[in-house]
Design a protein around this ligand. Structure first.
Ligand SMILES: NC(=O)c1ccc[n+]([C@@H]2O[C@H](COP(=O)([O-])OP(=O)(O)OC[C@H]3O[C@@H](n4cnc5c(N)ncnc54)[C@H](O)[C@@H]3O)[C@@H](O)[C@H]2O)c1
Ligand SMILES: [Zn+2]
Ligand SMILES: [Zn+2]
Length: 341
């Protein structure tokens, strides 16, 4: 079978691998679509320290069950069922797992990072970690459920309420999706970035407010937009140190900050502001139990993920597309590989 494989950083190809056979508790999935994620680009560049090589990439996956271990199939899946892959494998017995916070398992294994991913014609995965697709759901949109769960998780970790202002640093796919979710929740999204094209695009997909932090002072703008109250929830979706620092200036008193972006370096913070404003700061890593809501938001059209799709490509085009995204990130938002058919 064909699989998109990194032999090592900067060496990516459509390789020929053996078709896998499902082990205990696993299903064999004929993958239909696989999204390309910013983390796949990080793996290509060799800048994600968690990735080991060689590695098959891909964790934004949808496909059809072709075989299943019937003896260990807790969700009762059948051959032919259309499914979306929940790609965060957890141990099930550490402290966070024991309280249902499986996304921060002390031994978390993410597909395409710690273990081989599923940008391949066939892929085996625990059937307990599959989510059924509704009848008629589009294959390409199904591959975008995973990044939507990341955005949703950040929104949930901050407890966003209708009517609130939600300021988001970073207008990449994750920040944009978070903004679209905020609007769907009846909140007012404010997206902050330094790339005007990304901000213009955010406006096109229905984000109410945009701020170019190269030209405008986010704190001043947000004070004006919110009548001096500032943003009740702030989401960090850029991973840039100045943005992490900036969250404390734009959050309201008694507000919440969620940190989704992965910074490369440490950020010094004025903790007196955390005390003075009594801010809740929370990490937001991957997602847990959020696929069903993501699927519902997509299928109902409440979050129109189609709007952030740049294009679809074939398996043969995937490696060159990844090289081009690495060179020209500004030309792309979301790209989905049509793996089969
Ligand atoms: N916590 C998780 O589980 C998780 C999952 C997926 C992605 N992430 C992280 O979330 C972040 C966003 O992911 P993405 O795929 O949307 O990334 P992306 O690189 O496409 O988007 C980041 C955006 O931040 C903007 N930015 C960079 N520096 C800035 C600055 N100084 N001021 C304002 N804006 C700035 C960029 O212009 C870009 O539009 C990344 O850090 C990624 O690693 C975390
Ligand atoms: Zn991803
Ligand atoms: Zn665990």
């Amino acid at each position: 079978m064909k699989a998109i494989k990194l032999a090592k950083p900067w060496e990516i190809s459509c390789a020929q691998l053996d078709k896998p056979t499902p082990g205990k508790g696993e299903a064999l999935i004929r993958i239909m679509t696989a999204g390309i994620c910013g983390s796949d680009i990080g793996a290509f560049r060799g800048t994600n320290g968690l990735v080991s090589y060689p590695r098959v990439i891909g964790h934004e996956l949808a496909g059809v069950i072709e075989a299943i271990d019937a003896a260990d199939n807790p969700k009762g899946f059948q051959v032919g069922d259309k499914v979306i892959v929940d790609p965060y494998l957890y141990c099930g017995h550490c402290y966070p797992c024991s309280i249902g916070r499986t996304n921060c398992c002390t031994d978390l294994h993410v597909l395409g990072v710690h273990v081989d991913g599923g940008m391949a014609e066939f892929f085996c995965h625990p059937s307990s970690m599959l989510v059924k697709m509704p009848e008629g759901m589009d294959w390409v949109l199904a591959a975008m459920a995973e990044p939507l769960t990341i955005a949703l998780h950040g929104i949930h970790r901050g407890g966003l309420q209708a009517g609130e202002y939600c300021a988001i640093y970073g207008a990449g796919p994750i920040g944009l999706l978070a903004g679209m979710v905020a609007e769907a929740y009846g909140a007012h999204a404010i997206l902050i970035d330094i790339v005007q094209e990304r901000l213009d695009f955010a406006k096109e997909v229905g984000i109410e407010y945009i701020i170019n932090s190269k030209e405008q002072n986010p704190a001043e703008e947000i004070s004006r937009i919110t009548d001096g109250n500032m943003a009740q929830q702030v989401m960090e979706c850029s991973g840039a140190n100045p943005c992490i620092r900036g969250t404390l200036d734009i959050v309201s008193h008694a507000g919440r900050i969620t940190l989704t972006g992965w910074p490369k370096q440490e950020t010094p913070l004025p903790t007196d502001l955390i005390t003075k404003k009594e801010v809740d700061i929370r990490g937001a890593r991957t997602s847990a139990g959020e696929f069903e809501e993501a699927i519902d938001l997509i299928v109902s059209g409440k979050v129109d993920v189609q709007k952030i799709l740049t294009k679809t490509v074939s398996m043969e085009e995937a490696a060159d597309t990844i090289k081009d995204i690495e060179k020209n990130p500004g030309n792309y938002m979301k790209v989905v590989v049509k793996v089969n058919g």
